[in-house]
Design a protein around this ligand. Structure first.
Ligand SMILES: Nc1ncnc2c1ncn2[C@@H]1O[C@H](COP(=O)(O)OP(=O)(O)O)[C@@H](O)[C@H]1O
Ligand SMILES: [Mg+2]
Length: 523
């Protein structure tokens, strides 16, 4: 049973003799009709990693922005060292030792690393910092906090997401914060970068700093946090202290309803639907060409492609979407070679797509929900009458049925797709693609950025699609996801695909393949 706020408050999980470094009592915040925070109590002791868990929209970012002086609460009080404090700006919060690193970094792409650091590293009244001095100071701080600084002359736009994040964290740490707030820091990181970040967080904790860490990934919380506060709809619904034991209670508190233990039923594997034979491609600048990639996916099967982002995932997706020509090798569908020169060649052959970038490629943001649901060659054909006239009445009924079947939360069918949450956009894309009954479904990063409930929905939908006989290719950097769903798994590394592994799959072996430690060349 989840702990309620009252229980958590009246019987704190273990008592701390000293007072907490930071504490909030009764924090409230409204945005017009939306109650973002509704009387939040929480205490953050010194030298602890405190995870803030909650679904999208639960109020996590708002609470942290209030602590960082970026927002003012409508009610309630913040205490630092037991004293009431009022932060009128981020500057005043920083002076009290609280720094925040945002989910979407504030770094400007065209500036260089040096230019980005200059402001933070300059002394007061030092309006022009010489390059040599800047480099020295950057190296000094990097050493102090144990972070690698990217080359000072490189434009920020060229850095990997992990490197950008290190730069933002470095800027926050230079101010010597007592409390460091990280808003969903791992959402965009590779597993290796996540490990580096966790190592840093543990080092900061050992220096008696307090780290507030927003996440909706349970595995991370279990690995890293000393304490967790769960928010739902602006309220604290559970608080707990490590070891968390059964995470089920926290999940239920977060999602607000009992969650079934979900496991994929055994697959009925049929005939080969899709195969690649020694496919080589070119790549875009900063991309990775495919080098002799072979694979074969059968009806009813989920074939997982694991790997660190940037190892040819983009190129592989484009090949399977008919968007990237082959330099050599072949692509076969139902045993027949398809010369895919155009995305429609593969759509017509029965390929459904869940693209990597759902906002830009998965839907047309300015179009309505109903238009986006119709945005498929086969679907449009179904509702097009003579003289190319669309039967809107039938089309709207069809869209309404999909909205219900896939629980897409929309104000109405005419709302712009851009106004939907990420989870609802992904439901829309899955609804559109699966309603067209694909023979093959290629899903790239299908749960990136989604919260727990939306992620579970995507898992169930992909599994149901495979159970109905679709051959599913799942491209993902999320190892847990790959292992939970796939019948077979192969790893992309520098444009080469490893031979495929079948369960039980050893995650350590998989990790080694992902890091290129095991040269396991094409099958
Ligand atoms: N600046 C804002 N203006 C209007 N509504 C906002 C603003 N910031 C947050 N909200 C709303 O407050 C609620 C909580 O948001 P947020 O704190 O960002 O949640 P989380 O970080 O847990 O996903 C959401 O309903 C969100 O739409
Ligand atoms: Mg947030």
């Amino acid at each position: 049973m989840p702990l309620t706020t009252d229980e958590a408050v009246s019987s704190p999980c273990g008592s701390t003799p000293e007072e907490p470094l930071l504490e909030v009592r009764g924090i409230c915040k409204r945005y017009g009709p939306v109650v973002a925070l509704d009387g939040v109590h929480a205490a953050f002791p010194r030298g602890e990693v405190h995870a803030i868990l909650g679904e999208n929209g639960a109020g996590k970012t708002t609470l942290m922005r209030i602590l960082a002086g970026e927002e003012t609460a409508d009610g309630g009080q913040i205490y630092l060292d037991g004293q009431p404090v009022h932060f009128r700006s981020p500057y005043s919060a920083r002076r009290h030792g609280i720094s925040m690193v945002h989910q979407h970094f504030a770094l400007a792409d065209s500036l260089t690393v040096a230019e980005n650091l200059a402001l933070t590293l300059a002394e007061p009244r030092e309006w022009r910092l010489r390059r040599r001095a800047l480099a020295e100071r950057a190296q000094y701080w990097a050493k102090v906090v144990g972070l690698e600084v990217p080359p000072l002359a490189s434009p920020v736009g060229d850095l990997s997401v992990g490197a950008r994040q290190r730069l933002e964290i470095l800027k926050a740490l230079v101010r010597g914060p007592r409390v460091l707030i990280l808003d969903e820091p791992t959402a965009v990181l590779t597993p290796q970068e996540t490990e580096q970040l966790f190592a840093l967080v543990r080092r900061l904790r050992s220096q008696e700093r307090t780290i507030l860490f927003i996440s909706h990934k349970l595995a991370e919380v279990r690995d890293l946090a000393d304490r967790v506060t769960v928010l739902r709809q602006g309220r604290v619904v559970a608080q707990a202290r490590a070891p968390f034991g059964n995470m089920q209670t926290l999940v239920e508190a977060m999602v607000g309803e009992p969650q079934m233990e979900w496991a994929r039923p055994p697959a009925q594997i049929g005939q080969e639907r899709l195969s690649l034979d020694r496919v080589c491609t070119d790549a875009d600048p900063f991309g990775t060409p495919l080098r002799s990639v072979s694979l074969s996916v059968r009806a009813g099967e989920i074939f997982g492609i694991a790997g660190v982002d940037g190892n040819g995932q983009r190129e592989l997706f484009e090949v399977l979407a008919g968007m990237r020509p082959l330099k050599s090798g072949s692509l076969r569908i139902h045993g027949t070679t398809v010369a895919a020169r155009d995305p429609k060649d593969l759509l017509d052959a029965g390929v459904g797509l869940v693209p990597p970038d759902r906002r830009r490629e998965g839907l047309v943001s300015e179009m309505s929900v109903v238009e986006n649901l119709l945005l498929h060659r086969r679907t449009l054909a179904r509702f097009t009458r003579r003289y190319a006239i669309l039967d809107w009445l039938a089309a709207r009924r069809y869209a309404q049925r999909l909205v219900e079947e896939y629980s897409i939360r929309v104000p109405d069918l005419e709302s712009e797709a851009a106004t939907l949450s990420g989870g609802n956009q992904q439901r829309l894309i899955l609804a559109r693609e699966l309603a067209a009954r694909p023979q093959i479904l290629v899903a790239a990063y299908p749960t990136r950025g989604l919260d727990f409930a939306a992620t579970q929905f995507v898992y169930r939908t992909l599994a149901a699609s495979a159970a109905a006989g679709t051959a599913v290719v799942l491209i993902s950097t999320d190892l847990e996801e790959i292992l939970a769903l796939s019948d077979r798994v192969a790893v992309l590394y520098r444009g080469k695909l490893s031979k495929s592994l079948a369960p039980p799959i050893d995650p350590v072996r998989l990790g080694a393949l992902m890091a290129g430690l095991e040269a396991d060349s094409a099958r």
